[in-house]
Design a protein around this ligand. Structure first.
Ligand code: NAD
Ligand code: WQD
Length: 336
């Protein structure tokens, strides 16, 4: 199946392109390289032996985006990753986030209607749950007021998708609420490329271990958790990528129960920051320089997924364990 992947040279997009090829699909990439490099295509080629059609196009430019559909007739599905994703930056530059993330999804839906693509997979986030009252969190948990403009764009995009799909009976969507994606492809030919000082835990850990950063700060050890540090559900990026293939195939084979469906994509297991540090040191044999600092503003204390709906309905399950995943992150870091 010909599938358009927006943001396909990005972190999750590139891993999904590899899995699409391995599942026999024909991905086409659109990316404006605002947060990735064209050389990612070489990594994809190295793994799959396939040169994927690539368009350096901005999804917010409707005319340019539409021209990709003209050049690539027969696109049936879109996996829409392209978005700005830095939480802190979104607080400082909210309009950049509203413009990029909202105009992007509007143009994707517009082109799906114009050019007859029927299935959409949207990158949503566990950020929509805020601090859930009950854990593990299910898809039925209430959506909390967003803690950042970035988080708000995910909530608004979900609403835009629901309204558009209910207005047009040819459209279908699956919204995947990712928990915390980490790790890299086992080949270490593709992985995460954070710009500047990493905001996320795992790139900070690997850069500290590599001597690029002096010391990791653990943001708070006085939370109401067994060891006092925050708990997240860290999901291997290749496992996450595979959920997108299941989602597209579910829509195209008419197995959806509703025209818009939502799935949590996580492992179902919560891991604390201290547990991550310990496992990383154990797996790599590298001693990590870290200290405990104050809590980070806006951090959620603990969240992990109830992924049983994805397990049972989508036929998807996280397969890789934390040791393998942290080893892949370290292998990738050592190639940079
Ligand atoms: P990423 O920044 O690595 O990838 C996004 C890609 O989209 C980049 O290559 C960037 O150049 C491109 N892009 C951005 N705006 C564009 C535009 N207007 N037109 C064309 N290309 C554009 O990010 P990622 O971690 O791979 O995230 C992918 C998606 O998953 C995003 O929508 C993100 O919000 C969502 N998500 C990410 C995480 C996470 O922790 N990484 C968690 C939950 C949800
Ligand atoms: C994980 C844990 C930190 C860095 C963010 C976004 C969220 C989502 C994923 C997209 C937390 C701790 C971190 C450090 C630390 N993205 N930490 N020292 O905060 O769960 O989620 O990325 O939708 O929207 O908010 O991920 O990797 O930043 O933090 O102690 O230097 O690591 O406090 O407990 P987070 P993260």
């Amino acid at each position: 199946m010909k599938i358009l992947v927006t943001g396909g040279t990005g972190y999750i997009g590139s891993h999904t392109v590899v899995e699409l090829i391995e599942a026999g699909h024909e991905p086409v990439i659109v990316d404006n390289l605002s947060n990735s490099k064209e050389s990612v295509l070489d990594g994809i080629y190295g793994i799959t032996g396939r040169k994927v059609p690539f368009y350096n196009v901005d999804c917010t430019d409707l005319e340019a985006f539409g021209s990709v559909f003209e050049a690539e007739p027969g696109i049936k599905a879109i996996i829409h990753f392209a978005a700005s994703k830095a939480v802190g930056e979104s607080v400082k530059e909210p309009l950049k986030y509203y413009r990029n993330n909202l105009t992007g999804i509007i143009n994707v839906l517009e082109c799906m209607k114009r050019y007859g693509a029927s299935s959409l997979v949207f990158s949503s986030s566990c950020t929509v749950y805020g601090q859930p009252e009950e854990l593990p969190v299910t898809e039925e948990a209430p959506i909390q007021p967003a803690l950042s403009p970035y988080g708000n764009t995910k909530q608004i995009c979900e609403e835009i998708i629901r309204d558009t799909v209910s207005s047009c009976n040819t459209l279908h969507a699956v919204m995947l609420r990712y928990f915390n994606p980490i790790g890299a492809h086992e080949s270490a030919l593709i992985g995460e490329l954070p710009l500047g000082v990493p905001q996320n835990l795992i790139p900070y850990v690997t850069q500290t271990a590599a001597g690029i950063r002096e010391c990791l700060t653990v943001f708070g050890n006085d939370y109401d958790t067994p060891d006092g540090s925050c708990i997240r559900d860290y999901i291997n990026v290749t496992d996450l990528a595979k959920a997108h293939i299941k989602a597209v195939e579910r829509m195209e084979s008419g197995k959806q129960k509703q025209n818009v469906e939502v799935f949590n994509i996580g492992t179902g297991v919560g891991t604390s920051v201290f547990e991550i540090i310990k496992t990383f040191e154990d797996v790599t044999g590298v001693k990590l320089n870290y200290k405990v600092g104050p809590r980070r503003e806006g951090d959620i204390e603990k969240v992990w997924a109830d992924a049983s709906y994805a397990n049972n309905e989508l036929g998807w399950k996280a397969e890789k364990d934390m040791r393998e995943t942290l080893a892949s992150a370290w292998k990738w870091q050592t190639t940079l």
